[in-house]
Write a protein that binds this ligand. Sequence first.
Ligand code: SF4
Length: 183
Amino acid sequence: MRTVGLKKEHLNRYPHELSGGELQRAVIARAISLKPKFIVCDEPTSMLDVSVQASIINILLNLQKNHNLSYLFITHDLEVANIVGQRFAVMYGGQILEEGNKIMDKPLHPYTELLVKSITMKEDIEHINELLDKTEIEIKKSNNNGGCKYYHLCPYHGEKCLKGAPPVVEVDENRKVRCFRYI
Ligand code: SF4
């Protein structure tokens, strides 16, 4: 309890008597009580205020350092991903499109490019999300059977991108991308 910043009196409280940040701390305390080596953190900061987010991330990073933990950290927040992540995988339409170290510094897949752009152009995030929703609808309506799932939004698309699934290309030992452009 102390490790995650909770007090003894929190032990006797029901979940509805805890704040969002306290709930997350309780969940982390419960997870580390089993002395795991690996923890899946699924959107651990998504419902929290920015200041509480920062304290939860600090707790997770300290625990990682002190207990030699590995995390699979799932998030929609790229800034949080950049702080926590060492190795990244970008997913779209149920597939990993790009994977590796430092992919935010030099994105290879057009979807990763778009996501990185959304960090620097915050006002466009809504527009990008609208585009992505529209794209999913277009894909469902289209004849894209087995072609690239990102075809309708991709500025680089070509004929072959609709003919078959793009292969996963190993660009170097730390980078993989699912796209015809890298063959
Ligand atoms: S495979 Fe083609 S459509 Fe898909 S991301 Fe690459 S260039 Fe774009």
